[in-house]
Every structure is written in structure tokens, then in C-alpha cells.
Design a binder for this molecule. Sequence first.
Ligand code: ATP
Ligand code: MG
Ligand code: MG
Ligand code: MG
Length: 351
Amino acid sequence: MKKKLGLLYGGKSAEHDVSLSTARAVTQALNFDKFDVFPIFITRDGEWRKGDQLTAPAESIEQLQIGKGTQDSIPNDVSSFLLNKDEKEFDVIFPLLHGTNGEDGTVQGLLEVLNLPYVGNGVLASSAGMDKVVMKQLFEHAGLKQVPYVYFIRKEWNKSQDALIAKMEEELTWPMFVKPANLGSSVGISKASNREELIKAIDLASKYDRKIIVETGIVAREVEMGVLGNDSPKVSVPGEIKPVTDFYDYDSKYNDNNTGLIIPAPVTTDVVERMKDMAIRAFKVLDCSGLVRADFFVTADDDIVINEVNTMPGFTPVSMYPILWQNTGVTYSDLIEQLIDLAIERHDEKQ
Ligand code: ATP
Ligand code: MG
Ligand code: MG
Ligand code: MG
């Protein structure tokens, strides 16, 4: 029997566009003998739309109108739409959403309430993983090594700028990385080498979030690992990123083909083993399920520092997470099917 798969994409997030290309790629990779695909498009304003194709199996990418959606919005009542018996119930939902309102536990919460199986992390892991401050606090608890950081709320910054700069200069070292606490794809992130740049960077980050985190900039190689599974997660080979820009910013992630990915990363087996252990500990302390991509810094003397995990990592066929699995022996299509199986397994276990 074919599975009815609801593909949630777009989203009210600064990472909306990234989700569009991901949805396109996943749809192309799906085996239509096994799945009926029902695309559900979320606009930048957060409006949910269905395409005509939602009531018919999608046979080709053209039918999916990726990124458009019809004007036929789903009025207020998302839940009855998702469960509408005329539309047929879904067997599983794939929330292909990055950033706020998608990767952060909000959509996951809706799907929990509706008792629908969904791919990827649950409410707790998604929300804890989205907030870089909460994530770091949990990592600290798990004994995972990290760069020093300071965080504050936008309001505090507006009120006591001098005191906060003094605190940062005391606790951190230059250059510093300034980030909105709740985002991804490097949106709103800048590197600051002096006070003037720091103020500019914080003003920029404040446009995206009310909570800001500032970290000591580390000189290190960037190595990432994929984790896949529920209670007994597997770890992929490591992959190294070689951005040609100053750091791995939005453009080098999505618009620049020069960023090099070296897979497997040329690191010692000892580094691989320690990184694997850290990736699993990070996965467990956030109570993850399905997938995460764990991002590390590896210094010249093989010290390993965890930067973050991403609970819905970039997922196009040229994104790091799927490529890591390809190099570990899991093809893109297999990966999608395994994630769907893991979603159903987790849902069944809860019943
Ligand atoms: P994504 O979710 O797409 O991985 P993100 O928006 O969550 O990205 P980070 O991964 O935290 O952001 O940072 C983006 C990039 O900025 C890193 O890949 C790295 O190149 C650089 N960077 C971030 N923090 C530091 C740091 N403390 N020291 C040195 N470089 C850093
Ligand atoms: Mg991230
Ligand atoms: Mg991310
Ligand atoms: Mg990252």
C-alpha cells in the first residue's frame, strides 16, 4: 500500500527559500510507487496553502508547483485540513522546514496534537536545538567542550550597551561571532574584530531575534557529522567544510559553488572516534530523534569543540547531511525512506 506523505515546505522563516529547494529535491527523489505526495506550502506570512495536486497523486515535479501553492488557502483551521477525511488522512508528514516556525518545535507541536507521525525531531529537541543559548547550556551539562559565549536580550543591549561590551571584552577574545539565538543558515551572523564592528553586528542580529549570542571566534577546521536514528543512532563519516569566504556564511552555503566539502574529512581515527562520541552525547542530551547534523571545530592540535547541532539540516542532494550519508553507504532516496520509517516507528512506540 502506498503511503500518503504530506510534504510541508516554505515556511514563515528567514530560511524560506532554502526550504523550497529542499522540497523540490526530496520530491524528485521520492519513489512514487511507494508514496503519494501531498505538498503543503506555507507562505512567508505563515499562511498554509494546498495546491490542486493535494487531492491527486503527484506524478511529476511540474505538478507540484513548488513555491507557488494555489490561492486556495486553508482557512484558520489547519487541523481539520490535515485530518479531513475527504482529503484522506496522512500516513506521515515530512516537515521540510528550516528555522523559526518549522525547525523550532512549533509545527512539531501541532503534529503531536493531531497525533500524526512526522519526520525528524520532536518538540523538545527541535525547540532546544533552535535556541543556541539553551542548546549550549544543555551541552555544558553533558560535558561537551564549547567556545566561551555571552548572551543577552535586545532590550538589555539597548539599555546597557557599555556594560555588555565590557562583559564581552572580559569574558571573550577577538574576533567575536555575533548570532541571533534562534536561526540558521548563517542568517544574521557576523564576525567582529573590534568594538565598532561588534556594535554593527549586534544591531544586525537584533533585527532577527530578541536574544543574541556572542562567542569567541575560534581558529579551527570545520568538521560536521550526520546522526541518523532514534534510540540507537548511527553516525556518518565526518565531512570538512572549506569556505573560500571569511567564514561559512549564507552565500557560501547556497550561492557559491566554490565552497569545498572534503568527505571523509582528513582527520585521525582518534578524532573521528571522539567526535562520534560527542555527536551521540549531543543527540541524547537534546533528546533527538530521526536526524541531526552535528557541527564541530577541530583545532590544529586536534582539540574538538562542538559548535551546534541542526535538527533539520540542509537537505538538498548537494547539502552536507545527505552527502555524508551517501559516503557512508546510504543513498539520498534510502535516507528519505529511512527517515520516514523512523518517524512511524517513533509514533508507534508512543501509542
Ligand atoms: P547552520 O544552521 O546553517 O549550520 P547557523 O546559522 O546555525 O548555521 P553557525 O553554524 O553557528 O550558524 O555559524 C555559521 C558559521 O559561522 C560556521 O559554520 C562558521 O564558519 C562560523 N562560526 C560560527 N561560530 C564561530 C566561532 N565561534 N568561531 C569561528 N567561526 C564561527
Ligand atoms: Mg545551525
Ligand atoms: Mg540550521
Ligand atoms: Mg552550523
